[in-house]
Design a protein around this ligand. Structure first.
Ligand SMILES: [Zn+2]
Length: 370
């Protein structure tokens, strides 16, 4: 499958996207217009505000081809050691990384049905390179091994259901073998990453410029600002068409693009978002009085029923790629973890997978625009 490509300005590295292979292949914020971590305004890494935010307000910079967690920036580094090259600081053990991950994305925030945590790896092993990815596919695992990662942190679980064998005769067994043979641990941060402050939906909300953001479904065991999905306000009223374009331009280029249900000229301001499949949240979306709901994997019946029961046409729907919606989180997650490990005086390099794991490759459409 082709690497994720920038669809927007094509203007090279915007200083945010981690590009470990130097090929400039992956893009996230296609128009470069998203709000970045470290801008002082978000709830993500570098804003110094939230309890579980990594970093101290210094700019969690991503520079060059990979993020080594040391680019504290000239304007915000709190202590001298933060700007020391990663290579001059000791690498953490996997156990050290697990503690930092638990601080950022507590396992207690995961849904009951989920399977998060360490899938493979020895806690005493040294971890000097960490790759983030949406899916632990074989292609991604090979990419991680090629880069020399000792830890792959994936959003989706490799082993969601119980298995009786990890023989290398199945795809998942092969994945386990390649990881262990290559000395690379695998860690899942799934619905705990969705729910946490600075999580998947928080990043989406920030990227869309939402303010006064609260969870759509507050976490059963978390802070008030934690939970699944987010809802907030745009700075100004915009048309549904312009808003959909904004969503489209934020996302990595994937075949499926963005689908919209609603009048292109309708005006909207209140926006609900849920990264990944969000059609279980329609009741919460209606209760939130959102004008539009942005999520992924909307199926026919939930979507059409939601439109049938919409009040004055609302909420309108914006359906995006599951992979793309969650990919946006990866650079922010890498920065957050890098900041936390750097604050703990560890030296580590982090990067984001360049592999497009969206399962769809092309689309046929009547292409009715206008
Ligand atoms: Zn997902």
């Amino acid at each position: 499958m082709e690497p994720v490509e920038r669809r927007g300005d094509g203007g090279g590295n915007d200083g945010e996207i981690v590009d470990h292979d130097g090929g400039g292949g992956i893009g996230g914020r296609n128009d470069g217009g998203g709000r970045n971590a470290g801008d002082g305004g978000g709830r993500n890494a570098g804003d110094g505000g939230g309890r579980r935010n990594a970093g101290d307000g210094g700019n969690a910079g991503v520079s060059g081809n990979s993020y080594d967690g040391s680019a504290a920036g000239s304007a915000g580094g709190r202590d001298e050691d933060r700007s020391a090259p990663a290579a001059q600081r000791p690498a953490p053990t996997l156990a050290d990384v697990l503690l930092a991950v638990e601080e950022l994305w507590p396992a207690s925030l995961a849904e009951d049905w989920d399977a998060v945590g360490l899938v493979a790896g020895r806690p005493t092993a040294t971890v000097s390179r960490i790759m983030f990815a949406v899916d632990p596919t074989l292609e991604v695992i090979e990419e991680a091994l090629d880069w020399g990662a000792q830890l792959l942190i994936s959003h989706h679980p490799l082993l969601m259901k119980g298995v009786h064998s990890v023989a290398a005769t199945s795809g998942k067994g092969q994945a386990v073998h390649r990881l262990i043979e290559g000395g690379c641990a695998l860690l899942t941060v799934h619905t705990n990453g969705d729910s946490a402050v600075g999580g998947v939906s928080d990043v989406l909300a920030d990227a869309l410029g939402l303010t006064d953001v609260v969870p759509l479904a507050p976490a059963a065991r978390g802070l008030p600002e934690e939970g699944i999905g987010r809802v907030g306000q745009l700075a100004t009223v915009v048309s549904l068409g312009d808003f959909a374009e904004r969503v489209f331009n934020l996302l990595p280029a994937v075949a499926g693009g963005v689908r919209v249900s609603g009048d292109r000229r309708a005006l909207i301001r209140r926006v609900a978002v849920c990264g990944g499949a969000g059609d279980s949240l329609f009741d919460a979306v209606r209760n939130s009085a959102a004008d539009v709901y942005v999520t992924a994997d909307l199926r026919h019946h939930p979507a059409s029923e939601a439109r049938e029961s919409a009040a004055q046409g609302r909420p309108y729907l914006v359906d995006m790629s599951h992979f793309a919606s969650e990919w946006l989180w990866l650079p922010e997650a890498a920065k957050a973890l890098g900041n936390m490990l750097t604050d703990q005086q560890f030296g580590v390099e982090l990067c984001v997978s360049q592999t497009n794991t969206d399962p769809w490759d092309f689309i046929l459409t009547p292409g009715l625009g206008g």
